[in-house]
Unconditional design. Sequence first.
Length: 317
Amino acid sequence: MFQNRLTKNLKRRLPWALRHGIEAFRLYDRDVPEFPLIVDMYGRALAVHIVDREYAGANCPEMQPEQVIAACAEATKCHPEDIYLRRRRRQRGNSQYDRNDASGQELLIRENGLSFLVNLTDYLDTGIFLDHRNTRTFVRTWAHKKRFLNLFSYTGTFSVYAAAGGAIETTSVDLSKNYLLWASRNFRINGMVPTNHHLIQADAVTYLIEAKGKSRKFDMIVIDPPTFSNSKRTDTIFDVRRDHPELISRAVDLLNPGGFVVFSTNARKFRLRIEELGDISTRDITDKTIPDDFRQKPSHRCWLVTASRDADKIVRL
């Protein structure tokens, strides 16, 4: 049943991906309840996430790795050695920054004319959030002659898209030195020498406070934070449900006239606490940012945010 569904999905999605210049996309997301797997295609490789029983439910059968690999190989014609099994658990603490092992299995994938390094073995995530493909495209469209800030920048994919769209400068802020080095490699792979593309290792809120003190201003700010983080690199514990009003408000303070924030989260049952944001205008754009391969099970929500005085200038999709 799982193999048949995988074959059916590939037949439908591969032509779509080829038409749009996409090498990495979601192929299967718990379509069949008895097979709680998530399968993402990365070129000729597969990342197969075995959903933890805490997510899937205790009644789901245990998945035998060799059976999963065999079914995926038969359905997609990927070589078994290019099929990577990953355990998908609830994110806890600083797990976003933890390494699973150190095998270093890196691949280069293409997306909308740009190239990105992915790692299917070593980290909780692979280096690119596939569900934000549309959002990245919007960022490139909006970036021309803009000063761009990317908070919780991870491997810098939003920043690379902004640079490709003609941003005057990009600033990428993340706590992880490893991810900033990864971002630097992504810039260079795309022929972008990071002269005007700044990579800063810092806590996001701390950076916003310091940037205001230095009178820094930006035209576009992307905020895509983890749901929860208690990294060893900072004394503070970040909780997106609790801390997003301060985060968004401080970001809006750094906007040039007509500027805007793109705020996104994949936190479950998240409610944007608009009443705590002050004189700020918001617009939910989730329907536009969820790509076709994630429509079945949307994985994030996304808003455009700006100062109320600029509400009539906010970009249209």
